[in-house]
Every structure is written in C-alpha cells, then in structure tokens.
Design a protein around this ligand. Structure first.
Ligand SMILES: Cc1cc2nc3c(=O)[nH]c(=O)nc-3n(C[C@H](O)[C@H](O)[C@H](O)COP(=O)(O)OP(=O)(O)OC[C@H]3O[C@@H](n4cnc5c(N)ncnc54)[C@H](O)[C@@H]3O)c2cc1C
Length: 445
C-alpha cells in the first residue's frame, strides 16, 4: 500500500505521519531546497513561515477546542509543538527552529516514510494527498488548475517583522502579559508604550510610508483570477492598511493598551507588543504588524516606536500570495476529490486558514487516505467538532465569494439550549464536540 504526499509543510507532514502510522508506505515529496518557496527560509519540513504562535490553548477558544480534538486523534505536530513550546500566556507559541527540526527528524526516522526532495509537477495517478499550500509552485498550480477545471483564487496576506532583543531599549519597553496572565512571572511579552502625541505621529508616518508595488499579484488578478475583499484576507490586513481605516483603529486593535496600563506610571495611549520568537529569547516579532512597506521604510517607521529606536531587523515583514481552490466544487467532507476517490487535498489549498486548521486537515486526509486503501469508509467527522464543522464549511459553502475560514465558534451548530454567558457557552461547545468525537471514533474503528 503506497501513498504519495506532495508538500512537506504543516498539513503534508501530519498527513504523511498519519498514513504511515496506519500502515501505508509513504513517499513524501518536498520541493525545498531544490526549488525555494517565496517565504520559507529553511529546508525543514513543517516550517512556520510567519508567526510562531499556534493560537490559544484555552478550551473556551476555537483554536483550543481544535487542539483538544487533535490530541484525541494523536496529532504528531501538536505533540511536537507542545514539546518545543515557549512562554506565551495562554497561547501555544513554539521555537520555530526546534519545532520544524524535530518534525523533520521524526519523519526521516519513520521506517515507512521516504522523503524525496523534488518538485512535483504533475498529479500522480495512484493514491495521493496534495498539500502544496498557499505558495504552491507555479508548474504544479497549472497541473492543479487543469485537474480541477476551475481557476485558483488568489488573495494577499502579509507577515510581520522580527527584531533582535538585544537592541530594545528597556528603559522604555517593559515585560508583561496582558492582565498578567502569562506563564512567566516577568511577563511573556515585551511592550512598547506610546503617549497620544507619539501615537498620532506614528500613525501619520505609517500611512504616508512607501509600500511595495504588488505587480505580480496584480497581474494574477488582471488575468481573471478573483481576489478577496480589498485583495487582502481581513484577518491578515497589513498594519498600514488598518491605519487608513481611522486614526484610532490601531489603538483599539493590535495596539490596544488594555490589560497593560497598570505597568506604566503614565497611562499609555497605545502599546506595541512583541512576542518571543525563539527559545533563546533573542528574537521578537511585532504582534499584528504584518506589513507591505518597503524594507527601508519599515526600518524608519518602526524605529519610531518608543523602545525600538535602535531596533535591528532580523527579518522584515513581507506580502505573499495565497493560493486556494474552490473547495465546494472540488472536495467531499472526507477531503477526497469528487473526481477521484483516491486523491485527497489538505492544508491551506482547501480554504482552511490557520496553522492548526491546516495541521488538522492534514491529519484527516492522512487517516482517510489510509482507511480508503484499507477498504474502510473514510471518516466524516461530526459537525459539532471544530474540524468537522470547518471541513463542512469549506466543502458545502454556497457563497459565491468563497473565502478561507479559520476555526471559530460561528460555524458550529447552536447548542440545544442557549447559554447567555459567552465563556460558558464556548466551553459547552467544546465539551459537546469532544464527547461527540470520542463516540464517533469508538463507533468507527
Ligand atoms: C507568508 C505566509 C504567512 C502566513 N502566516 C500565518 C500565520 O502567521 N498564522 C497562521 O495561522 N497561518 C499563517 N499562514 C497560513 C497557513 O496557516 C500557513 O501557510 C500553513 O503553513 C499552511 O499549511 P500547508 O500545509 O497548507 O502549506 P505549507 O506549510 O506552506 O506547506 C506546503 C509545502 O509544499 C511545498 N511545495 C509547494 N509546491 C510543491 C511542489 N510542486 N512539489 C513539492 N513540494 C511543494 C512547499 O515547499 C511547502 O513546504 C501564512 C501563509 C503564508 C503564505
């Protein structure tokens, strides 16, 4: 029994592991380092290309619920994330290097997985899982487009810059977690406070700063490909675009001082938070500061943030393409393609957004590909589970303007009796989903 997995990112690594654990021989194709991607920086499998946070672990949060489901279903990547976790309040943030290195070593050591460092250019005829992600190579994009018979959709995302800790001015910046909820007594985040005047002049410079022209993306759009709202995915709007929506938008958004004001003598008007990016604590990313400013402009404008006046940039923020398919026409809730039952698609290509969501679809596709090869019915998870409802959303959406979807409680069926308190309601969703998942797995061994 052999399965080909194309793409060794988050979904492909999890899919390969699940299929191999279920007894299949897996050939995992990863194009890096032979063919680089526009955003990956290493040769590792499972590289996180932007934030190092995999979202909240709290059971009353959608991403916390998804993590609990992945734990029940023995996700390798969740286990490795927990082993390489960094202090980040109630979020699961990891040392990105250690995380990806351990995934690579674990898959390399699996006796049933063969890793082939080569770009796939065609869709295999035999059993396969396609996990080539938002930055699918051009040649393979054409093969996919030919297979699906529909255009890909492109939209834009942006990534945030990372600075070195050693150049941060701690006579201004301070360590703390919002509402002191961190795992570390000192506080998990570095905070750069601004008074009203500093904030207004920062926003003014941000809005005026020079941006990178989106020529290659524009040509995608002009060639008849649809783009998301304003050509950006709303959840990942560049900070300079957010700033144009009103002078106080940032102060009420990513720069809100809420939960941190008691740490400063004078009440700050806004605060820029920096989250640790590696175990050594030498690198920090600017939370919510995804950007498309020209690199020298990022240096100039972000050095206006008090405490970052001497900041040294380890990586600048960047825009990137994001490719996904029109899943309702292409996929079933088992993640099998409608055209071919031995061909699966997982990860961001399906229209599921977010690291955990992409790991989760990889897990489901890996398990289901092995089940189909073993003549077993594939799993179609209960829609009361976060993964079940995400897959239902992308495969059954009737929206003409189909957009990627992150784990969230809005897509889960309502409880039989409404609970007014939000936290209790979300906890009830999680409790119901986990219990339904467990019963489903017991009944469908
Ligand atoms: C720049 C960027 C920033 C993002 N930031 C975040 C974030 O901060 N938080 C978040 O939750 N989500 C983020 N996302 C969205 C998404 O969660 C991640 O991209 C996630 O890694 C997607 O998982 P995946 O498995 O679908 O793709 P990937 O993890 O990208 O894996 C795809 C793999 O396939 C390989 N590949 C591509 N084409 C071929 C081919 N033809 N043959 C062989 N191999 C191939 C690639 O090299 C890559 O290793 C971001 C996406 C992008 C593009």
């Amino acid at each position: 029994m052999q399965i080909t997995v194309i793409g060794g990112g988050l979904s492909g690594s999890e899919a390969a592991w699940q299929a191999a654990q279920a007894g299949c021989n897996v050939k995992l194709f990863e194009m890096r380092p032979t063919v680089p991607s526009p955003a990956h920086e290493t040769d590792y499998l499972g590289e996180l290309i932007c934030s190092n946070s995999l979202g909240s672990s709290l059971p009353e949060r959608a991403s916390g619920m998804l993590k609990e489901e992945l734990r029940i279903m023995n996700s390798l990547l969740l286990q490795i994330a927990e082993e390489t976790a960094l202090p980040a309040g109630s979020a699961l943030a990891v040392d990105r290097h250690a995380f990806a290195q351990r995934i690579t070593q674990t898959l390399e050591a699996h006796p049933k997985i063969e890793i082939i460092r080569q770009e796939s250019t065609t869709i295999p005829d035999g059993p396969a899982i396609i996990c080539t992600g938002p930055l699918t190579s051009d040649t393979f994009s054409s093969a996919l487009s030919e297979f699906t018979g529909s255009d890909h959709l492109f939209f834009f995302d942006a990534i945030a810059p990372i600075v070195n800790e050693s150049n941060i001015d701690f006579s201004i910046a301070f360590r703390a977690s919002r509402y002191d909820k961190g795992t570390n007594e000192e506080g998990d985040y570095i905070n750069c406070p601004m008074n009203k005047e500093q904030y207004f002049s920062f926003v003014d410079e941000l809005v005026k700063a020079e941006k990178i022209k989106l020529r290659s993306f524009e040509s995608d759009i002009q060639s008849g490909v649809k783009a998301g709202a304003g050509h950006y995915f709303e959840g990942c709007l560049p900070v300079e675009v957010l700033a144009t929506r009103g002078v106080d938008t940032l102060a009420y958004g990513p720069m809100t001082p809420k939960g941190l004001m008691h740490h400063t003598e004078q009440r700050p008007y806004a605060i820029v938070q920096l989250r640790r990016d590696n175990l050594a604590g030498s690198l920090y990313n600017l939370v919510g500061f995804q950007t498309n400013l020209k690199f020298p402009e990022q240096q100039r404008v972000f050095r206006l943030i008090p405490g970052l006046q001497n900041a040294e940039f380890y990586r600048f923020g960047q825009m990137h393409r994001n490719t996904f398919l029109y899943a309702p026409a292409i996929l079933d809730a088992s993640l099998q393609t409608k055209k071919r039952t031995n061909l699966f698609i997982a990860g961001q290509l399906t229209g599921v957004e977010g690291y955990m969501g992409n790991i989760a679809t990889g897990l489901l596709a890996g398990i289901n590909a092995a089940r189909v090869m073993n003549q077993q019915a594939p799993f179609i998870l209960p829609e009361t589970t976060m993964l079940g409802s995400l897959v239902k959303y992308i495969t059954q959406s009737t929206q003409k303007d189909f957009q990627p979807m992150k784990a969230n409680f809005g897509i889960i069926p309502a409880l039989p009796k409404r609970i007014r308190d939000k936290r209790k309601r979300f906890l009830a969703y999680t409790e119901r989903g986990l219990s339904d998942l467990q019963s489903y797995l017991n009944q469908n061994k």
